[in-house]
Ligand binder design. Structure first.
Ligand SMILES: [Zn+2]
Length: 316
């Protein structure tokens, strides 16, 4: 970090301190008691540890409160509102502040402590600052584990849709680009099929294989006609990623959402199977045969329990 001129730092510090003039209060109660959780700040070293200011107490920054019990024991003189900040402040060694980060920490500590006062008759206590009333609850402790988590639609469009578990697991990997398509194999220098085995036109990627390949688009076009889904436009998927596509197709409104979610899982799974058959067994199935296979598999899924899918299938 670049060092600012010391005179500049000093002037900024004086300005900030003048804004935060200490207030007299006898009932201040910070959310996190500094006596138990003092911030990590550079504490001003005291050139004369035996010196006290005119109020008879150590400076709150240079002599931060200690842990429970220490504060009262170490201070022979009473620490009352009348004694605190009622005279000129103790000198602060500004030479010890060398950069903006230290200045920032110093001011933060100043704000925390400027009207905090120890009272001899009050015992230290612990405050749980994750609840409004300061009392611990298991619910608040559980919820803090999710701070910083990222919201995902995966539960709705994959895990709660009807499909065999292996198909859901495959879709979960797929949406995170974690299936072994040629682009990922190439990135590791591993053997790969290079071009898409379904169209032999371009590098095989997740986005291409499942939403942009002409073979896949042909299948989706036929499925759209078979079931009658006007909201699906396979020829307009060229600019989408697999996760955007999945959310668009399967993230609609219930009850058809559950049916479309199952259908997306089924078609994607069959496309992957056809890809693997070509790569590993050199077995090619024309798209019109794959379409009939998907229809037959959909009927099996309905018989196995995919009732929402059955509701939108013709003749079911
Ligand atoms: Zn292709």
């Amino acid at each position: 970090m670049a060092l600012a001129p010391r005179s500049s730092l000093r002037s900024q510090l004086v300005l900030l301190m003048s804004r935060g003039k200490p207030r007299m209060s006898s009932s201040y109660s910070p959310a996190v008691p500094p006596t138990l959780d003092a911030p990590a700040v550079p504490v001003m070293p005291d050139p004369d540890p035996g010196r006290r200011n005119d109020a008879g107490v150590g400076h709150p920054l240079r002599d931060p409160p200690n842990r429970k019990g220490d504060a009262v024991i170490d201070r022979p003189l009473p620490f009352t509102p009348e004694h605190q900040y009622n005279s000129k402040p103790a000198p602060i060694d500004l030479e010890k502040i060398n950069n903006m980060e230290q200045l920032k920490q110093f001011v933060e500590l100043w704000v925390l402590l400027d009207n905090f006062q120890l009272r001899e008759e009050v015992e230290d206590d612990i405050t749980w600052n994750l609840t409004a009333n300061g009392i611990y609850s298991s619910k608040s402790a559980y919820e803090i584990q999710f701070i910083g988590s990222i919201a995902s639609n995966m539960n709705k469009i994959v895990w709660k849709a009807w499909a065999p578990p292996k198909v859901k697991f495959f879709a979960w990997l797929l949406m995170q680009n974690r299936v072994w398509t040629a682009d990922r194999l190439q990135a590791r220098g591993w053997p790969n099929c290079d071009r898409c085995p379904l169209c032999n036109q371009t590098l095989e990627t997740v986005d291409h294989l499942f939403i942009k390949c002409r073979y896949t688009i042909r299948i989706w076009g036929a499925i759209k006609e078979w079931i009658g889904i006007p909201s699906i436009h396979p020829t307009q998927w060229a600019d989408l990623s697999i996760s955007h596509w999945w959310n668009m197709v399967a993230g609609g409104t219930a009850p058809s959402r559950k049916a479309i979610s199952s259908l997306a899982l089924l078609v994607t799974w069959e496309v992957w199977n056809e890809r693997n058959a070509r790569v590993f067994r050199n077995k090619h199935t024309p798209s019109h045969v794959s379409i009939e296979k998907i229809k037959a598999e959909a009927r099996l899924w309905v018989r196995a329990g995919a009732k929402h899918l059955g509701n939108i299938m013709p003749g079911e």
